[in-house]
Ligand binder design. Structure first.
Ligand code: MSP
Length: 464
């Protein structure tokens, strides 16, 4: 039986249309999923949308639509974008799916019956943008640093989840990498947070948010959106909420998340699982944010880049390449349209595209059969950009090899040497195509076909 590999993206809020940050995580997850599949693993790749909560309720009101109608429209846009970006997910979970709702209610009842959830009151500052309570020291000038808004003061009767009794176990699991938080600096950040203070029990329900899953033991309250959301990672596998029926894909091998949602993923999420007696994820991998010209991309600043514009300009594989090559996956990356056009022309139009057309055109005069090599390299430690730069150094080397060996002269005066040069180039190009499969599946396919048929189309037309 082949080894399983389960990977997830965060589920995206449907308060607004998808943006390039969402595309970034999802493309990276798709690359890793495709790569693991090529290694022969049985891959399950889950993505989806997070559809409840105050933020979305407010947006639906503003749009003058019923919440369900509003979320249906935006969830469809995410699906369409993933189709446009050639994202090969196994399931797209929506938290408004009936089965998800039923499973969440079952879990809440279990936690309540176990005494992990109890009734109390909670007061604090709530940031609707984050859908999280914020402590004083998390605010800058009294505002949420991520959203630039003053959080709302809130005090209400609610249900709370016990955090205190899992803290030590959690620290131990993180330290032993049984629950691995990567890259390392994020592990250290979370450990120092967990060791510096006692975790407070957290509010897991809301009294005045109608757009949520009703608590089965108190129908006047709805579940806190993050509790609802975390459980997608299990319900997305078809889980019914019963701890005895854990799906075979569990525990999840890698969960990709952005740095802004690390804290909740490293505390509330494992707390739920520990209370339920379910194994923790093997790894949470945190990536950085996409910035534009050093600033967070935002519509207000006018520096935001629409994924649809990128696809139109650079094509699907061009977009996938440009986002993942822009910098290390664990760090913030800065992209601008100007730089992306330069990189597209240099790396794709000139680098790869040119190499393919040169080799195919030259090989029309060669007769020796092809040698198809297979590639077994590993995309280790999510170093997508490094892997790409490794592939591109191969592309540059091949282009240089052509310039140096001048096969167009060899074909006239040294036929044998010409054949050897072309053979080597074809072999190298086939290795390059294999390496590219997870990143640029269509392009890899086109290159392979070109090698077989000795016919070439322009892969990446230059952009002016
Ligand atoms: N719904 C929650 C996640 C629940 S998971 C159980 C959420 N949604 S979100 O739509 O706001 O963000 C989803 C992901 O997109 C997060 O990982 C976040 O880090 C990521 N990004 C949001 N803006 C981003 C950039 N500018 N760049 C890269 N990723 C960004 O949080």
């Amino acid at each position: 039986m082949s080894e399983k590999f389960y990977i997830t993206t965060p589920i995206y809020y449907v308060n607004a249309k998808p943006h390039v940050g969402h595309a970034y995580t999802t493309i990276a997850a798709d690359v890793l999923a495709r790569f693991q599949k090529l290694q022969g693993k049985e891959v399950f790749f889950l993505t989806g949308t997070d559809e409840h909560g105050l933020k979305i309720q407010k947006k639906a009101d503003e749009a003058g639509l019923a919440p369900q109608q509003f979320v249906d429209g935006i969830s469809d846009e995410f699906k369409k974008l993933w189709k446009d970006l050639n994202i090969d997910y196994s399931n797209f979970i929506r938290t408004t799916d009936k089965k998800h709702i039923e499973a969440v209610q079952k879990v809440l009842q279990t936690l309540y019956d176990k005494g992990a959830i109890y009734k109390g009151t909670y007061s604090g500052m709530y940031c609707v943008g984050c859908e999280q309570f914020k402590s004083e020291n998390e605010l800058v000038d009294g505002k949420c640093p991520d959203h630039g808004t003053v959080p709302e003061k809130m005090e209400e009767e609610c249900y709370l989840l016990k955090m205190t009794d899992i803290q030590e176990r959690l620290i131990e699991k993180i330290e032993k990498n049984e629950f691995e938080i990567a890259p390392e600096r994020y592990k250290n950040e979370i450990l120092s947070f967990l060791k510096s203070q006692k975790l407070n029990d957290i509010s897991i329900s809301r009294k005045n948010v109608a757009w949520g899953i009703p608590l089965p033991f108190d129908l006047n309250q709805t579940a806190y959106v993050w509790i609802d959301a975390f459980l997608n990672y299990l319900t997305g596998l078809g889980w019914d909420g019963d701890e005895k029926n854990i799906p075979k894909e569990w525990p999840v091998d890698v969960q990709f998340i952005g740095k802004d949602i690390l804290r909740v993923h490293a505390t509330i999420w494992p707390a739920i699982l520990l209370h339920l007696g379910i194994e923790l994820p093997k790894m949470i991998f945190t990536h950085g944010h996409i910035l534009s010209d050093g600033k967070k991309m935002s519509k207000t600043l006018g520096n935001s880049i629409a994924t649809s514009d990128m696809i139109e300009k650079f094509g699907i594989d061009g977009t996938r390449y440009l986002l993942l090559s822009a910098g290390p996956f664990g760090q913030d990356i800065d992209v601008t349209m100007k730089r992306m056009i330069e990189n597209y022309n240099a790396d794709l139009a000139n680098g790869l595209g040119n190499l393919v057309s040169r080799i195919i055109k030259l090989s029309e005069s060669a007769t020796k059969p092809d040698i198809i090599s297979t590639n077994n390299n590993i995309i280790e430690g999510m170093k997508f950009d490094l892997k790409l730069s490794f592939i591109w150094s191969g592309i540059r080397a091949c282009n240089k090899y052509i310039d140096d060996n001048k096969p167009w002269e060899l074909v006239k005066n040294n036929k044998e040497e010409f054949e050897n040069v072309i053979l080597k180039l074809k072999r190298d190009l086939s290795i390059i195509a294999n390496d590219l499969i997870p990143f640029m599946p269509d392009t890899a396919e086109k290159i392979k076909k070109a090698l077989e048929t000795k016919q070439v189309e322009i892969l990446f037309p230059r952009i002016k």
